[in-house]
Ligand binder design. Structure first.
Ligand SMILES: [Zn+2]
Length: 238
């Protein structure tokens, strides 16, 4: 009797919560029941997973950095293409107050990372920083929130030790060359930040040209020569 009452009360409360705080699938927009987070069952099943965690050697994400600098492993959870669910997810994370979604995608990424031992010796996560002006307008750094999800699931700490030297204007409307110039040399590592650390993973939302992640990695190598750098992103353009 007590259990039945509890079940009834829970269902009642869930119903009330759904009325007060309805939540919707990020991809298709349908209302979700209270047990689902961010995606309905069908859209979650249909996400464009890369399955890079199952690749024995290199992936298209690793190839982005070939001939540029040494990166240990490059992981991306989803493929990014125009008109796909991935685009909606990234847009939501960046522009629609997507704090919880960023965290959720970090957890999803970490669950995949866990399944491949090549990620097992990563000791710390380093989010790509955004400039304080952008942080002020958006209110949060999406890379840090993704990293928090990864950190929670893998049980490894975040070191927020990269910083941007100067403000750069929004990258969105610039050509590849302009973007490259715009971020060149604009990161630095806090002094002494990685003493004794052997393997780090830099976290960002999306890998496109790789210029931001290249220069973030360079800043780490320059500040701390003897370290392996891996990269983890929610999506990779291909
Ligand atoms: Zn959906």
């Amino acid at each position: 009797m007590k259990n039945k009452l509890l079940k009834f009360t829970n269902q009642y409360l869930e119903g009330v919560m759904a009325l007060i705080f309805p939540h919707f699938c990020v991809v298709c927009g349908h209302e979700l029941n209270q047990k689902r987070e961010h995606f309905c069952f069908l859209c979650e099943e249909d996400l464009h997973f890369t399955y890079f965690e199952k690749y024995p050697d290199y992936t298209v994400a690793d190839q982005v950095f070939w001939g540029r600098l040494k990166i240990e492993n490059v992981y991306a959870l989803l493929y990014y293409e125009e008109k796909t669910s991935t685009r909606k997810i990234l847009h939501h994370i960046k522009y629609n107050e997507g704090k919880e979604l960023a965290h959720f995608m970090g957890i999803m990424m970490a669950k995949k990372l866990k399944s491949n031992p090549k990620y097992a010796d990563i000791e710390v996560l380093i989010p790509v920083p955004i400039h304080s002006k952008k942080k002020f307008s958006r209110g949060y750094n999406q890379s840090l929130l993704i990293a928090q999800g990864v950190s929670e699931e893998l049980g490894i700490p975040i070191l927020d030790v990269l910083y941007r030297k100067t403000h750069d204007k929004s990258q969105t409307r610039k050509s590849k060359d302009e973007r490259y110039k715009n971020v060149k040399g604009k990161f630095a590592l806090k002094k002494g930040a990685l003493i004794g650390i052997k393997h780090v993973m830099i976290i960002d939302d999306v890998l496109t040209t790789g210029s931001t992640l290249e220069f973030a990695s360079r800043a780490i190598y320059e500040g701390c020569g003897d370290v392996k750098v891996s990269l983890g992103t929610v999506a990779v353009a291909h």
